[in-house]
Design a protein around this ligand. Structure first.
Ligand SMILES: [Zn+2]
Ligand SMILES: [Zn+2]
Length: 110
């Protein structure tokens, strides 16, 4: 009956092993601050940290976060949440534009 300790199996709890943020508004699969996730495969074997890789658009106004496991390189995606850090989301979304594989001044010649 303690409300000061949260059991590890509390389905609403999320403890970010990357930045240390703890939230209790879950269930959720990624950190609202740094957007890192934990790899929970079906067998429960991995459990490593998953780094946010990109934002994908699945429909009008519907963003999904793409994660890559830092240990086994598995790719996953999950819906963004209303409480996700908006600047962190935008930084991911514009990363391809900020780091193009070709010089941007080529666009001026089209
Ligand atoms: Zn975090
Ligand atoms: Zn993994």
């Amino acid at each position: 009956m303690s409300h000061t300790t949260t059991h590890r199996t509390d389905p609403t709890a999320f403890h970010c092993s990357y930045c240390g943020t703890s939230t209790y508004d879950g269930p959720r699969d990624h950190c609202p601050q740094c957007l890192h996730a934990r790899h929970q495969d079906d067998a429960g074997l991995c459990g490593a940290s998953m780094a946010p890789l990109a934002v994908a658009v699945h429909g009008p106004g519907e963003w999904r976060l793409v994660h890559r496991c830092t240990t086994c390189a598995t790719l996953t995606s999950s819906p963004v949440r209303a409480d996700d850090h908006q600047v962190a989301l935008m930084a991911l979304a514009v990363r391809p534009l900020a780091q193009p594989p070709f010089p941007l001044d080529l666009l001026g010649r089209i």
